[in-house]
Design a protein around this ligand. Structure first.
Ligand code: DGP
Length: 113
């Protein structure tokens, strides 16, 4: 997607601090970390959000989910984490390419606010 910032990061047109990459996903450090460890896990396919995904995306999204624990380990998380996908206006989604925030390195608050 030509004007998508995450597509540009995946293509290497915008620099990022890579944590993990395979044929399906790219994970990198968030530029505005909300926790001591804050990684964005982004499917390489340009899906806009959870609202924008379709049944054909189930395989790739499943592959992301089963890879989370490995990415957490690579990122240095040792005591649990939170995985968040903001969706739409009330979800405070700011980049319209589906992504999962992997947050760790401190106890998380609940409810999240
Ligand atoms: P969300 O608000 O859920 O759509 O999250 C978007 C996240 O993307 C936000 O935490 C900041 C991060 N972000 C935006 N632009 C860049 C960038 O150019 N590089 C990196 N590393 N992160 C970015």
């Amino acid at each position: 997607m030509a004007d998508c910032i995450f597509c540009k990061i995946i293509e290497g047109e915008i620099p990022s601090s890579k944590v993990y990459e395979d044929e399906n996903m790219y994970a990198f450090r968030d530029i505005e970390p909300q926790a001591p460890v804050h990684v964005l896990i982004v499917p390489k396919k340009h899906i806009t959000s959870l609202d924008g995904c379709s049944p054909e995306d189930a395989e790739i999204l499943g592959k992301v989910m089963v890879k989370v624990k490995e990415i957490a380990e690579i990122a240095g998380i040792t005591n649990g984490y939170r995985l968040v996908s903001n969706c739409g206006e009330d979800g405070f989604q700011t980049v319209e390419h589906i992504h999962f925030h992997l947050l760790g390195g401190r106890p998380m608050l609940w409810p999240p606010g």
